[in-house]
Design a protein around this ligand. Sequence first.
Ligand SMILES: [Zn+2]
Length: 299
Amino acid sequence: MKIGIDIGGSHIGVGLIEGSELKDTVDKFFSLEDRNDIENAILRNIDELVNQLLFKYNISLENIESIGVACPGTVTDGKITSWNLGLKNYNLKSKLIEKYNLNVTVRNDGKCAALMEKKYGAMKDFDDCVFVNIGTGIGGAAFLGGELLEPKRYSGFEFGHMTLVKDGIPCTCGKKGCFERYCSIKALKTRITKTLNIDSTDMSGQYLREHVMVEYHDRIQDDINEFIDYLRIGICNLIDIFEPEVVCFGGSFSYYEGHPVLEKLIKEINKAGTTFNEEKPKIVTAFFKNDAGIIGATI
Ligand SMILES: [Zn+2]
């Protein structure tokens, strides 16, 4: 058995993984206090959640082969730099090895989810693929000829930080007008709750999707249309660059499978004149949904 750890912008999930299956998962949201002391909070929460799982299944660390961590941002030799989390060169890998004395890998979450979907999920039958993880931010990966593209310097594939709007909304990365400021689920939530003048602090993605977007549909139509427009531009840019056979959406956006927002986005992308070449790729959502990262961290 392996332990997969998914560090998100707002929470940590720890899962027990057997083969390519997620046996169980426990998670915890960051408190305000955690956010002020994020480095220690990450370790403390991981420790608590790992113990919880081991206790639940009555197993010890000896039953665990390795630990894999998926986290947002750039990972270099196990060191995380993540503007979303407020981390700079945080060596989580060495801290976890010190604590658990197990083999530890730490990788960018978008890459972990992409590897999982490529090996076992929605992209397994394709060679040229673009994976776009849309959640708190936007990350991703690309495969050409079945191989994951990996730059020598940094993680690369910072899709979320390509500039979409000149002098646009300031981003946590220091630039302005980044793709994720307009097209992450967080950006969509911010936009909608601002229009409706409601509190978004504790609103889950599911609540936003299944209640708010249905109930207030007429009042937020412009927000949704603008979200789709920007997303279409960003995705079509990626299609022109990589010419993939498939584009797969991961992160919380993967739950929009069959939702009018994703249906409309696909329709817009498929219109004539949106990409350089007329033939469009297939557009799918992650088979493992939000679990792709936590399982993928261990492969
Ligand atoms: Zn940015």
